[in-house]
Design a protein around this ligand. Structure first.
Ligand code: AMP
Length: 602
């Protein structure tokens, strides 16, 4: 069903929009203009933490609340910009004291607690690279990422260390310092760990940021591919230009805003927009430690007078499921702009925003590699529900034709000019937060670019008005509750169980999570497929990978569809999981007889 365009009227917004709707609004914009909105370091260079913290702490915003932390159990803590400057200075001093050199990686495996935010900003102050890991990861994803990133420092909790890291220490030779955030300065710590509080207590709170070049690496975010190990996307300090500019254009941040990004910093949104962007604008940023809970969320929106809210489609769908009343009962009058990212936002959800929250939900699109929002529905522009919107100022996006093997590399790319025709979404490199490489994998990085375009791996169309519409991924990666999951990682973990001879993992459509991780398992000789073994394998997956990544469903099959070259045809499994007729070319299928059996297993 096609949904009517939502036409915006000037009376819809309470402040003057940062980005108007007319063509003039974008005129004259360049990335250098965006750079001029930042201060730069006093002695030259650019540092994310200076733009996010120190410059405000040195001015009239010193006593303004930078981060308002809401603890799971009802605790609260306000950190002003001055507090944040002192604490991040201490953290930078701690790293200095540990002998960390510029460019070395500091990992964090912790929930959304103030120390995580302090560590992120303190690390980049010290010229080191911050890499947040999702706290729900199991030991295997943690091990892989720590190993690839050659992390020298890990910030974590006592429990996470004992459950997920202690046993891995021998296989992580680079990991020298484990700093525990939940032990007091005088408490005993497990062997091989120290108390962060003890180190912070003896560190000075004065620190001068040494000049960091805009091209100095600052952040490392892992993302999942179809094959091989996770990819570590490297971002540099120049990314802050994009974070700030998109905070202005896509999120419409104004000085008095109270902003809430619900994403966890373990995923790129939670760092770019949950830490950096709001602080560069000097606004108050809400950090909630607890997981999704509809009543709690509405309470936060109301009690904290949130004005700009950035959330995810899965959360919106969960709120929708509970109906409009809950939303209508709370006073959301402070709220003036709502945006969402991470996966397709159903057109119904955009409309639900209007009826339940009093505001449409503005979908926007980006990915780990782009470091910041690229395509967006903005406050003053009309919304076509179901569309991701249009490229932001400074961003050039297009749709290009793909062949059976993807976008051909041996000739110039062919732009799809016919409105509505399908192809791969590509972007013209040059925006400041573009990733600068995959750690230790130059070849994989090079393969992302063809003929002067960056290939996003997403399939899309563009309509005659320049709006982009998401169709799906061009590859096999899974999007579950907004989290990107590589099927290969899940398959590899399952294979470690003696009962598993082979596994094929796909995303199965799910009304709430978008997709859930589903595994097809071929058993090793001597094992019987039954409910007990199914439960055991699901439990094994969770203990290895963590609940966010492990399969939620598992089906035993006698064989998997393979190409003649031996690759699992996950696309075929996916079509079947969607209940579609198999229309793909099955001529390369090595074992066509398997299809009937698989259909019954879905
Ligand atoms: P990640 O790198 O984990 O942030 O995931 C990025 C991927 O999420 C994109 O390549 C898309 O496949 C998907 N994605 C992000 N935003 C949207 C959106 N607004 N609509 C549809 N898919 C999205």
């Amino acid at each position: 069903m096609a949904y009517a365009t939502i036409h915006k009227q000037p009376q819809d917004w309470r402040v003057s929009p940062n980005l108007g709707a007319g063509p003039d609004a974008r005129a004259g914009f360049t990335w250098d203009v965006a750079r001029s909105w930042l201060d730069g370091l006093p002695d030259g260079g650019l540092n994310i933490a200076h733009e996010a913290v120190d410059r405000h702490a040195a001015g009239p915003l010193a006593d303004h609340v930078a981060i308002r932390w809401l603890g799971k159990g009802g605790e609260r803590e306000d950190l002003t910009y001055a507090d944040l400057r002192r604490r991040t200075n201490r953290f930078a001093r701690v790293l200095e004291g540990l002998g960390l050199r510029r460019g070395e990686v500091v990992f964090a495996l912790a929930g959304r607690v103030p120390d995580l935010y302090v560590a992120a900003l303190g690390t980049v102050k010290a010229g080191c690279v911050f890499c947040p890991l999702f706290s729900a990861f199991g030991p295997e994803p943690v091990r892989q990422r720590l190993a690839i990133g050659e992390g020298r420092v890990l910030l974590t909790t006592r429990t996470a260390y004992a459950r997920k890291v202690a046993a891995l220490r021998p296989s992580l030779p680079h990991l020298e310092h484990v700093l525990l955030i939940d032990v007091g300065p005088d408490d005993a710590t497990p062997e091989g760990t120290v108390s962060l509080a003890a180190l912070m207590a003896s560190a000075s709170d004065e620190y001068t940021i040494a000049p960091t070049d805009p091209e100095t690496p600052a952040l490392l975010h892992f993302t999942s591919g179809t094959t091989g190990t996770p990819k570590g996307a490297v971002h540099v300090h120049d990314a802050v230009v994009m974070h700030h500019a998109t905070g202005r254009f896509a999120l419409d941040l104004h000085p008095d805003d109270v902003f809430w990004c619900t994403a966890d910093p373990g995923w790129v949104t939670g760092t770019s927009y949950g830490i950096i962007t709001p602080l560069t604008h000097g606004v108050t940023s809400i950090v909630d430690e607890a997981d999704f809970d509809a009543e709690r969320w509405y309470r936060i929106l109301r009690d904290e007078h949130v004005t700009v809210w950035y959330t995810a489609p899965t959360a919106v769908r969960r709120l929708m499921r509970l109906g409009d009343e809950l939303a209508r009962e709370v006073d959301l009058s402070a709220l003036r702009f709502v945006a969402s990212v991470g996966e397709p936002l159903n057109p119904e959800a955009v409309i639900w925003g209007v009826t339940a929250l009093g505001l449409p939900i503005h979908d926007n699109w980006w990915q780990t590699e782009t470091g910041g929002i690229m395509i967006a529905n903005t406050i003053a522009a009309d919304i076509k529900p179901g569309s991701m919107g249009r490229p932001l100022p400074g961003v050039e996006a297009a749709v290009v034709r793909r062949g059976p093997q993807g976008v051909p590399r041996d000739r110039p790319v062919e732009l799809v000019t016919q409105p509505g025709a399908e192809g791969e979404l590509v972007l013209r490199p040059g925006w400041p937060s573009m990733f600068r490489g995959y750690l230790h994998d130059d070849e994989r990085y090079r393969r992302c670019f063809v003929d002067g375009w960056y290939l996003t791996g997403d399939l899309a169309t563009q309509d005659a008005d320049g709006f982009f519409w998401f169709l799906g991924r061009a590859d096999d990666v899974i999007k579950s509750s907004g989290h990107l999951i590589g099927p290969f990682e899940v398959e590899s973990a399952l294979l470690e169980h003696p009962a598993v001879a082979e596994a094929g993992v796909i995303g199965k459509p799910d009304p709430l999570a978008g997709e859930i991780v589903k595994a097809f398992v071929v058993l090793a000789r001597g094992f019987t497929p039954d409910a007990t073994l199914e439960r055991e394998l699901i439990g094994f997956g969770r203990s290895r990978l963590g609940a966010a990544v492990a399969p939620r469903e598992l089906t035993f099959v006698e064989d998997l569809p393979h190409t003649r070259s031996g690759k699992i045809m996950r696309r075929l499994l996916r079509s079947m999981a969607k209940g579609e007729e198999v229309t793909q070319d099955t001529s390369t299928l090595e074992n066509p007889a398997i299809l009937d059996q698989l259909k019954q297993g879905i």
